[in-house]
Design a protein around this ligand. Structure first.
Ligand SMILES: [Zn+2]
Length: 422
């Protein structure tokens, strides 16, 4: 048993699980988490000294996840999560993100695809990067091997799999067949960062976004600046998110859409604006939104998104959740879907549930009951999730962490068919 695993299972839990990978590594949190979390579930006890968070699963099912944030420049702490939000997460604009841990997808092996699978797993000669880069559509079966790094294969895909639309696997471990592109310009939206080619999603996600954009002007919001959806065939990304793999996640900027079409260049270089007063990572920081930046129109937009019955969760910074809790004076049911998370103060992340017909798509458990504006939010606004604990002197120096990338074999079997479909 590796030291990392041993420490992750330490009864004292949290700080021990975080430290071996963190010390002396001024890297992005997400890199850390990829190295630390892949393949093992870091035990996540209730936050020390705070009221326990609502839980829906035993700790053994909890994986530690990590966040990189748009503005993040340093590692802070390994994030210990409310269990129900695992499997998801994470937006990092400029870095790798955490690999999810511990889930098993054996059931997907039997999930049929709209076209017959090969009789046996393809034998691979070599995965040639040149071939991947130039492949117009699906990969040659000979280029796909189970030990291949999944993000390299899926990141090279330039076009969707010509199959019936289907989200396969879970939000942070899966792929997407039959994706639809969200048009880069619509009546009330513009897609950002076009060079990423991540404006692909399940048709239900694209439809949800189009309807939300359509509603936006009446809510006092000019239109949507849309960030990442998914790659053409979903799957792990070469940079950024751990989730967004099955075409059911989308990032929407909290920056207003200008009344003109942004140039391609502007869509690459324009920055989103944080809604916060300042850094959340200082002891005693005010983690609320800046009233000069936040607006009721943003609250109405997020509320409208949450009210779409297809939407399962929306991730926002806890300061934004707090603003939403204060904003709503009427029916509060929608607030249950709005989940506090690290990052997400430049944008909010909308996640829809598995669409009908997506065999092998794995929903998350429902969020905890209630509006989430009480004890849980108080924890999120405290120092506990943000300020790293000082390492104990007795701890040994960190063992060098090897970064593990998710292989194709870790994904549902059907994702191989998605890669080769042409
Ligand atoms: Zn996102």
């Amino acid at each position: 048993m590796s030291r990392m695993r041993a420490s992750a299972m330490s009864p004292s839990g949290r700080s021990h699980s975080a430290r071996p990978c963190r010390e002396g590594r001024p890297l992005l949190l997400a890199l850390l988490a990829t190295a630390c979390v892949a393949g093992l579930a870091v035990v996540a006890p209730a936050p020390a000294g705070a009221a326990p968070l609502p839980r829906e699963k035993p700790a053994s099912l909890i994986a530690a996840e990590a966040m990189s944030r748009l503005d993040e420049r340093r590692v802070t702490t390994t994030r210990v999560l409310p269990s129900t939000d695992i499997g998801d997460l994470v937006d990092a604009r400029s870095s790798a993100a955490a690999a999810p841990a511990g889930e098993v997808y054996s059931s997907f092996a039997a999930a049929p695809l709209p076209r017959p699978a090969p009789a046996e797993r393809p034998v691979v000669v070599a995965a040639a990067p040149v071939e991947l880069a130039s492949a117009p559509s699906g990969l040659s079966p000979s280029a796909v091997r189970p030990s291949a790094v999944a993000k390299d294969l899926f990141g090279a895909m330039r076009a969707p799999a010509p199959l019936a639309a289907r989200s396969i696997g879970s939000y942070a471990k899966g792929c997407l067949a039959g994706a639809t592109a969200l048009a880069v310009d619509g009546p009330a939206w513009q897609v950002m960062r076009l060079s990423r080619n991540r404006n692909w999603g399940h048709p239900q996600l694209v439809d949800m976004l189009q309807r939300l954009a359509n509603d936006a002007p009446a809510l006092g919001w000019n239109g949507l600046l849309v960030g990442d959806l998914a790659q053409p065939r979903g799957g792990p990304m070469t940079s950024g998110h751990a989730s967004h793999q099955i075409g059911l996640d989308a990032d929407i900027w909290l920056t207003p859409m200008p009344g003109r079409a942004l140039s391609r260049e502007e869509r690459e270089t324009m920055s989103a604006v944080s809604m916060l007063k300042g850094s959340s990572e200082l002891p005693g920081a005010d983690r609320g939104v800046d009233p000069a930046k936040w607006s009721a129109s943003r609250a109405r937009l997020i509320r409208r998104a949450a009210q779409d019955p297809r939407v399962a969760r929306i991730f926002v910074h806890p300061g934004i959740k707090q603003a939403l809790c204060r904003f709503e004076t009427g029916e509060r049911g929608w607030l249950r879907k709005v989940r506090p998370w690290w990052g997400h103060h430049y944008h909010f992340h909308v996640r829809i549930a598995c669409p009908e017909g997506s065999v092998g798509c794995k929903d998350q458990d429902a969020p905890p009951p209630g509006d989430g504006c009480g004890r849980e939010l108080a924890w999120w606004l405290s120092d506990e999730p943000w300020v790293p604990k000082k390492p104990k002197k007795t701890d040994k120096p960190a063992a060098p962490a090897k970064k593990k990338h998710m292989t194709l074999a870790a994904l549902p079997q059907a994702c191989t068919e998605v890669l080769v479909a042409r």
